[in-house]
Structures are given as C-alpha cells and as structure tokens.
Design a protein around this ligand. Structure first.
Ligand code: ADP
Ligand code: MG
Length: 231
C-alpha cells in the first residue's frame, strides 16, 4: 500500500485537509476499489490528448486544493463527446472558477471516463469518536439525502457484515432488479465495502471517506466521485 501512504503523507505535509479527486481515486485503486479511468491535464492540448486516449464521452472536472464541492463552482462538465467539446469545456471550467472562486489555485483539469448511468450506491466511512472507523452504505440520491435510508457497521467488516449492510437498507429490492432495470452486481458492492473497510483500518489518518456515487452495473461497478477528508 505504498502509493496510498505516500499520497496521504504528502497531503498532510502540505497542510491539506482533503485529497484531490485524482489522489483519492489513486488511493482507492490501490485497495482494488473500481474507479473511472482518469488523467490530469494542465494544458488544453493535453486535455484533448487524454480524452482521445480515454475515449468519448468524457467528463471534465476542476482539480483544486481550495475546491471540495466541484459542481457548486461550475467545475464539472459531463458528457463531452468530441475533441472540440473538450477544448471548449477546458476553457469553460477555468472561466467558471475565475467567476465563482477568483483566488482558487488550480492544479489541473481532470479528464475522466464518463460512467454510463445506472443504479447509484454510496459507500462512506467516518471515524466515530467511540467506535473508530465505521462504514456506511446506502443507495444514491434521494434514498440517502431525503429518506436517510442508510446502514452502518463498525470496521473491520466481515464478509457477512458487508452482506447484511446491503440487504438491510429499505431500497435493497431495487438492487435485485425491477421492471426494466436489471439486477445490480451485489458481489461488486460487497467487495467495495470490504476494500473500503481495509483502507480505513490501515489509514487511521482518514477522518471521512465518501464514494458517491458508485454506479453499479449488472457486472461490476465504478466509483464516479471519491472524497477523502483527513484528520
Ligand atoms: P462534486 O465535487 O460536485 O461532488 P462530482 O465529481 O460528484 O462533483 O460530479 C458531480 C456529478 O456529476 C456526480 O454526482 C455525477 O452525477 C456526475 N459525474 C461526475 N463524474 C462522472 C463520471 N465520470 N461519469 C458519469 N457521471 C459523472
Ligand atoms: Mg460528488
């Protein structure tokens, strides 16, 4: 788990309170958590080159140590389908940021694979003052935000506990498929829960982790946004 340690140490040394999305995703990758393909561009030419490599459609996002909620400041553009759109989007994001957050230091622009929409789930971790690292699971969007349909377990998780977490949310039947929606890969969610448990157990400097959303497919899953907050 060398790269993960290096990333976390570097951020702490720089006095940062959260990891940049590409850093958080690199940490996730080291623990086998599936994430969208991504690259960080620092010029428009590079942005197009990376988009060509990743394949269209792509998503562009601002990478900045002073921006934690990227879409709030016009820092996320989804579904860009051509080199031209990437060039335009690159400029657009810089313009949006200069309007919303003038003094923001910009590390680069994240170019990433656009994950096809599907059933969305959330995996989170917090550090409970009494119990230590604790995992959270729920279905995305209104299920978490409005209905608070989430479940918690103290880490480290066993496979049985990961399975229980998934089964005990009220929205569980949605994962089993309904009408035109095919069943979601529950095994892939279980793996993510177990890997996240391992990650937060081995890195107690993580105060909060948020994989939100994770797109779950019939086969496999993909983390679209990852946030890691440091102690
Ligand atoms: P924020 O920092 O505002 O939370 P996100 O990275 O979550 O920014 O992007 C905002 C939204 O854009 C996501 O919740 C998701 O709906 C969509 N999105 C972001 N990245 C992708 C992607 N790679 N594929 C598909 N949708 C995406
Ligand atoms: Mg997000």
């Amino acid at each position: 788990m060398k790269a993960a340690s290096q990333i976390l140490t570097k951020a702490a040394k720089e006095g940062r309170k959260f990891l940049l999305e590409p850093e958080a995703k690199a940490v996730c990758m080291e623990y086998g958590i599936p994430v969208t393909k991504f690259k960080v561009a620092t010029t428009e030419v590079e942005a197009v080159k990376f988009a060509d490599e990743i394949g269209y459609p792509v998503v562009l996002k601002v990478v900045s140590p002073s921006i934690i909620h990227k879409s709030d400041v016009g820092g996320v553009l989804v579904n860009l389908t051509s080199a031209k759109a990437v060039q335009k989007g690159y400029k657009q994001i810089l313009e949006n940021i200069s309007k919303h957050k003038k003094d923001a230091e910009i590390t680069g622009i994240l170019i990433q694979e656009m994950a096809p929409s599907s059933t969305e789930v959330i995996v989170g971790a917090i550090k409970d003052p009494q119990f230590g690292p604790t995992l959270m699971f729920g279905l995305g969007g209104i299920f978490v935000e409005v209905l608070k349909d989430v479940t918690f377990r103290v880490a480290p998780l066993t496979a049985d506990e990961a399975c229980e977490m998934i089964r005990e949310v009220k929205a569980y039947p949605l994962l089993k498929g309904y009408r035109n929606t095919p069943p979601a890969d529950i095994n892939a969610i279980m793996k993510i829960l177990l890997s996240t448990s391992k990650l937060v157990m081995e890195h107690q400097e993580i105060k909060e982790l948020d994989l939100n959303p994770i797109m779950v497919y019939e086969k496999g899953a993909k983390t679209v946004d990852a946030r890691i907050i440091l102690e």
